[in-house]
Design a protein around this ligand. Structure first.
Ligand SMILES: *[C@@H]1O[C@H](CO)[C@@H](O)[C@H](O)[C@H]1NC(C)=O
Length: 322
């Protein structure tokens, strides 16, 4: 067989390279799943033993030869066998339930305080839409003032900029969507939620560890309390910007004495990933204040951090109660 001239060989190589690139870039092609990126630092407890099902999930997730075929959790469930054997049931009650499944994986991060991660709660586009809605109205963050606080000392506690947004402030309806979805996941109606507090943290900006509940001992009697908080991470952060729970863990309260509220060295840390939501409870099931729920935002070392906070009260917080 006659050998191809060098130019033809070169052209063929270039052509196959371009075709290869094209195939790579077709949207919707399988993505290799990312391994778990949550950094959970536990100072005292060894990790919980995995259930057999979790071990299987973990194995397939870390197998780099096996490509995930779906680009969303919904798609994966819709294409699984599960819906054929377990279709949604007919909703016969009148309690505003629905005949559709929502798909949202969750990861339990702690019982002290009760903390859950919802990976991929928002899409990239939804995250960007919330940032855009907030950008228009940024103002420096205010801080609740305790009776005994000296306002001149507050300047270095919270250094982000933020704004409040309600569902009506967003023409795309993303904020409304978030409110409805988180209400269904927590069982706490959307009417119990305060407006979103959207914050931007830039280089070295942070939020010292604090509580979201207003302890009546310090703040006086309260008509309602923030019983749960959901943090929506609207951007990835190159470095730093972790959310930290310095008193996390069964014996975490032992660290309360002499705690450095600026330190990010101890406790449970979550590194922001765009679209994830982190839920934690500030109250025990019996309605008392859970002191493990102390949390803060570590300084952003590189990049920018955008986060939306939803405080959920133990009473209806609007005039549109369920
Ligand atoms: C409420 O629950 C917490 C956590 O289980 C417990 O430590 C506390 O003693 C309980 N308080 C009351 C008043 O029942």
């Amino acid at each position: 067989m006659k050998r191809l001239p060098p130019t033809a060989t070169l052209c063929l190589c270039a052509l196959s390279f371009i075709v290869g690139r094209f195939i790579q870039q077709i949207p919707g092609l399988p993505q290799v799943p990312q391994g778990a990126q949550v950094t959970v630092r536990r100072s005292e407890q060894p990790g919980r033993r995995l259930l057999p099902e979790e071990q299987v999930l973990k194995r397939s997730g870390s197998n780099s030869d096996k490509k995930a075929t779906y680009s969303s959790f919904e798609e994966a469930v819709a294409n699984s066998e599960q819906l054929q054997t377990r279709p949604p049931v007919e909703v016969t009650g009148s309690g505003l339930g629905s005949e559709a499944y929502l798909t949202q994986p969750f990861q339990h991060l702690s019982w002290y305080p009760r903390t859950y991660l919802f990976p991929g709660f928002l899409t990239k586009k939804q995250s960007e839409q919330v940032v855009a809605a907030a950008k228009a109205r940024l103002a420096p963050s205010a801080l609740a003032v305790r009776r005994t606080d000296d306002s001149s000392k507050q300047e270095n506690i919270r250094t982000s900029s933020g704004t409040f947004l309600s569902g009506a402030d967003d023409k795309h309806g993303v904020l409304r969507f978030i409110e409805d979805k988180i209400a269904l996941l927590t069982g706490l109606p959307a009417s119990h939620g305060e407006p979103f507090n959207v914050l931007r943290y830039q280089l070295s900006q942070h939020y010292d560890a604090h509580y979201d509940v207003f302890d009546p001992e310090s703040y006086g009697p309260q008509s309602s309390q923030r019983m749960a908080t959901v943090l929506f991470y609207l951007t990835d952060v190159e470095e730093g910007g972790e959310t930290i729970f310095p008193l996390e863990g069964k014996d975490g309260l032992q660290r309360l004495n002499g705690l450095n509220y600026k330190s990010c060295d101890q406790g449970l840390r979550y590194k922001p990933r765009q679209g994830d939501a982190l839920l934690f409870w500030s109250m025990h099931p019996n309605g008392t204040f859970d002191k493990h729920a102390l949390h803060g935002g570590c300084p952003v070392i590189s990049g920018e951090k955008w986060v939306a906070t939803k405080w959920i009260r133990d009473r209806c917080f609007s005039n549109n109660c369920l």
